[in-house]
Structures are given as structure tokens and as C-alpha cells.
Design a binder for this molecule. Structure first.
Ligand code: ADP
Ligand code: ADP
Length: 227
């Protein structure tokens, strides 16, 4: 577990004069589920990608547990990320998809087995461990992608519009599964969405971004009550 701090974190894409993310100051608590919401193009993905090390930080910095990670490569940050296009390995079973990162790290087999089975249980994937991704529904595939991310117990878990490829019914279902999963794991989580309903129902706090500038950060309740 970990706290995440953005300190005046700024990203200006090459060729652009206006920051995509402008002096972002945000602290995400240990075990917190924070939802970053705002319209398309407001800088949500850029904020997340800076934290993951996939995007340069042009000014300011980012800290995980007070450790400056601003210039660390992605692999040196203990972060797992799930995108909307959850690219699973098509030739591998669900089990092997989830085990892959741990195998690369030469984790002992018994430990891998326990981690995969635990994730499968949390994500209701136990019956599907021997299947290939193409024999799964979209929602199941998305859960495998999450399983693959959580098996190695990252300090920070990032999700970028993970539900946008699912149909409405599945989205509602998966929304609550993600919230439950996060509560069980207690992993510090940042979840990006443009969907206000997701923002108001899933997280502990909601950060509203507009045109690269953080507008407000509060609990869903307080945002809802605000006149
Ligand atoms: P969101 O995730 O909220 O949709 P983004 O972080 O993707 O927003 O984008 C924020 C702004 O930065 C937008 O104006 C977008 O056009 C711009 N942008 C995003 N990625 C790039 C890039 N690789 N190069 C140049 N501009 C980009
Ligand atoms: P490797 O390819 O590295 O030899 P395996 O695929 O044989 O690894 O799996 C190693 C262990 O993982 C097995 O001993 C088994 O306990 C467990 N395992 C593999 N696939 C499954 C599965 N579908 N369901 C449950 N456990 C599995």
C-alpha cells in the first residue's frame, strides 16, 4: 500500500503551448479509491500515465510514499495498470495470463498458484482458468485483465476507462465488482472515467479535471450536496 502525491505535476506535449495537465496538486491516501473524472481531453489519461511513468513530467513531480518517482522508468514503480483495451495473450489460458508477470519475476510456483487462485476467486473466474480469452465474454476478459494486474500485489493500481468497451448492463455489474475488489485488496487506486455515474458511485473521493486544471476534490456525497 502507498500514498501518491502529485506536486504541481505538469505535462506540456511537444508542439503544444498549453499544458495538457497544469500544475496538478493531489494527494491520494493509503488504500484510497480515487476517481479522476472530466470530459474527453481534460487530461485524465495524461495524469494517470505520468504516475505510471508512461508520460514525461515537464514540471513539478510525483511521489509514492514520499519517494520521488518523477524520473523513474515504469518498471521501477510498483504500479499495475488496466486499460480499456485489455490486451490478453490470446494463446494462453486465463490461468497463464494471470500467472505470466509472476513467472517473469521467477516467483516460486506455489506462490504463483496461490496468487492466481486467490485473484480468480475474488474476480469470480475460478471456473474459467483453463479457457483461452476468445472463449470468454467481454466482462470476463476485463476481469482477467484486472486479475493479471493484481496478482503481483502492486502498491498502486491504475484503471483508465476500463468499462468503456462493455455494454450497459455489464458495466453496472462490473462497476460494483471493481469497488468490492478494491475494498478487499485495499490497494491505493486511481480510476479514470468520463462517466459521472461511475465517478459518483465507485470511489471514496472524486477529483474533477477540466481543461488540464483540477477543479475540486471531494467525496461523492459532498459533491452531490453542493449547490
Ligand atoms: P483525457 O484522458 O481526459 O481524454 P488526455 O490526457 O488524453 O485527456 O489529453 C489531454 C490533452 O492532451 C488533450 O488536449 C489531448 O488532445 C492532448 N494529448 C493527449 N495525448 C497527446 C499526445 N500524445 N500528443 C499531443 N497531445 C496529446
Ligand atoms: P509451466 O508451464 O510453467 O510448467 P503450468 O502451466 O504447468 O506451468 O502450471 C504450473 C502449476 O500451476 C500446476 O502445477 C498447477 O498447479 C497450476 N495450474 C496451471 N493451470 C491451472 C489451472 N487451469 N487451474 C488450476 N491450476 C493450474
Amino acid at each position: 500500500m502507498a500514498t501518491v502525491t502529485y506536486r504541481d505535476a505538469t505535462r506540456i506535449y511537444p508542439g503544444s503551448t498549453k499544458p495538457a495537465v497544469d500544475a496538478l496538486n493531489l494527494e491520494i491516501g493509503d488504500g484510497e479509491f480515487l476517481v479522476l473524472v472530466g470530459p474527453s481531453g481534460c487530461g485524465k489519461s495524461t495524469s494517470l500515465r505520468m504516475l505510471a511513468g508512461l508520460e514525461d513530467v515537464d514540471a513539478g513531480g510525483i511521489f509514492i510514499d514520499n519517494r520521488d518517482v518523477t524520473n523513474l522508468p515504469p518498471k521501477s514503480r510498483d504500479i499495475a495498470m488496466v486499460f480499456q483495451n485489455y490486451a490478453l495473450y490470446p494463446h494462453m489460458t486465463v490461468y497463464d495470463n494471470m500467472a505470466f508477470a509472476l513467472k517473469l519475476r521467477k516467483t516460486p510456483k506455489a506462490e504463483i498458484d496461490a496468487a492466481v487462485k486467490n485473484a480468480a476467486k475474488l474476480l469470480q473466474l475460478e471456473e474459467y482458468l483453463n479457457r483461452k480469452p476468445k472463449a470468454l465474454s467481454g466482462g470476463q476478459r476485463q476481469r482477467v485483465a484486472m486479475g493479471r494486474a493484481i496478482v503481483r500485489k502492486p502498491q498502486v493500481f491504475l484503471m483508465d476507462e476500463p468499462l468503456s468497451n462493455l455494454d450497459a448492463k455489464l458495466r453496472v455489474q462490473t462497476r460494483s465488482q471493481i469497488a468490492t475488489l478494491q475494498a478487499q485488496l485495499g490497494t491505493t487506486t486511481v480510476y479514470v472515467t468520463h462517466d459521472q455515474v461511475e465517478a459518483m458511485t465507485m470511489g471514496h473521493r472524486v477529483a474533477v479535471l477540466l481543461d488540464g486544471v483540477l477543479q475540486q476534490v471531494d467525496t461523492p456525497r459532498s459533491l452531490y450536496d453542493r449547490p
